[in-house]
Design a protein around this ligand. Structure first.
Ligand code: NAD
Ligand code: WQD
Length: 338
């Protein structure tokens, strides 16, 4: 298949492009490089033994998208492009709504005009909000708690309305839990700009000496060890979930929602200790105040993805940490030269 991947130079996108190339697909990546580097794609090409095409463009630019569809004639789209920092979305909500929601509308209008009606969309467990009991099930009523999460919820609504309006659409809404880890080669991985917002990239930068210590946000939650629990998923398992969703969509029209998670909760301190085991050295940390907006504990019920897609996670928390560490150790400054 010829697949257009928006946001394909980013963290999850680059791993998925590699999986697609290895699966024999042809790929064209569209990315504005606002949070990534073309170096990721060069390395993906090396690992796969063949390259994806790359076009630097912004998905809010419908004319540019139209030209790309004209030139590359994709048959399906995997749509990762978006801004993803929760705190930043509270500070600059218009940028988030414009980039994520208006950008997706421009993409969908182009797809409709060009007769491409298969799309896999990066949604997030954050859409489940604060009122649902864990584990989360796809049929639960959603209700995001911040502007970032609301962009995901709004895009899910737009895609649902689109699927209901025309039965020729094949739409997958993939709700990722907490993606971590890196390709086992250590060649591609997550490369956050500035201070990492997320737990594992922060731990990795402490381990490599770029930061002094980890602040553990809250040690007094009603959880087994007092720290929050999350459902961490290895990015390679996540990439394979996209390939599985595409295969399903080939045979099924409609709108489908799947959780991509392991179904297990791991606490912040358990993650710190698993990373210490991978590194073979202690990670300095301090218990600090809770972070506003954090939920104590949630994980996926991943049974729908297993039932429909035959997909489930295969990689352990230990492998997530080992692979994340290999990437960080080999590339202490990420894709920028050390
Ligand atoms: P990322 O920032 O590494 O990748 C996103 C890519 O999109 C980047 O390469 C960025 O340059 C590009 N981009 C952003 N706006 C664009 C625009 N207007 N036009 C073209 N390119 C644009 O993030 P990621 O972690 O790989 O996340 C990929 C997707 O998955 C995002 O939509 C994110 O919201 C979603 N998601 C991520 C997580 C997570 O924890 N990483 C969890 C759930 C959902
Ligand atoms: C995990 C746990 C923190 C950093 C976020 C988004 C969500 C999704 C995934 C995109 C929490 C604790 C963290 C640190 C810490 N992204 N922590 N010290 O908040 O579950 O989810 O990323 O869709 O939408 O909200 O992930 O990695 O930020 O935090 O103690 O320096 O680690 O408090 O308990 P989160 P996270």
């Amino acid at each position: 298949m010829r697949i257009l991947v928006t946001g394909g130079t980013g963290y999850i996108g680059s791993h998925t492009v590699l999986t697609l190339l290895e699966g024999g697909h042809d790929v064209v990546v569209v990315d504005n490089l606002s949070n990534s580097s073309e170096e990721s794609l060069r390395r993906v090409g090396e690992l796969a033994g063949r390259d994806a095409a790359f076009v630097k463009a912004d998905i809010t630019d419908e004319a540019a998208l139209d030209a790309i569809f004209g030139e590359h004639s994709p048959e399906a789209v995997i749509h990762f492009a978006g801004l993803k920092a929760v705190g930043e979305s509270v500070a600059i909500p218009l940028d988030y709504y414009f980039n994520n929601v208006a950008g997706t509308i421009a993409l969908l209008r182009t797809m409709q005009r060009r007769d491409v009606r298969t799309i896999v969309f990066s949604s997030s467990a954050t859409v489940y909000g604060e009122h649902n009991p864990t584990p989360y099930i796809e049929k639960m009523e959603i209700g995001a708690m911040n502007p970032y999460g609301r962009t995901k919820e709004q895009i899910e609504d737009i895609l649902s309305d689109l699927g209901a309006s025309d039965e020729r659409w094949h739409i997958a809404l993939l709700r990722y839990f907490n993606p971590v880890g890196a390709h086992p080669s250590g060649q591609i991985g997550e490369d956050p700009q500035g201070i990492p917002n997320n737990l594992v990239p922060f731990i990795a930068q402490v381990a490599v000496g770029r930061r002094e210590k980890l602040m553990v946000f809250g040690g007094d939650y009603d959880t087994p060890d007092g720290t929050c629990q999350r459902d961490f998923i290895h990015v390679v398992d996540l990439a394979e979930g996209h390939a599985a969703a595409l295969r399903y969509l080939e045979g099924h029209a409609g709108v489908f929602r799947w959780n991509l998670g392991s179904g297990r909760g791991t606490s912040v301190l358990e993650m710190v200790h698993a990373f210490e085991a991978a590194v073979g050295a202690p990670i300095p940390y301090e218990i600090a105040a809770r972070r506003a907006g954090d939920l104590p504990a949630f994980w996926a019920d991943p049974s729908a993805a297993l039932h429909d897609l035959g997909w489930s996670t295969t990689k352990t928390v230990a492998q997530m940490c080992e692979d994340h560490w290999r990437w960080q150790k080999n590339n202490p400054m990420g894709y920028r030269a050390p």
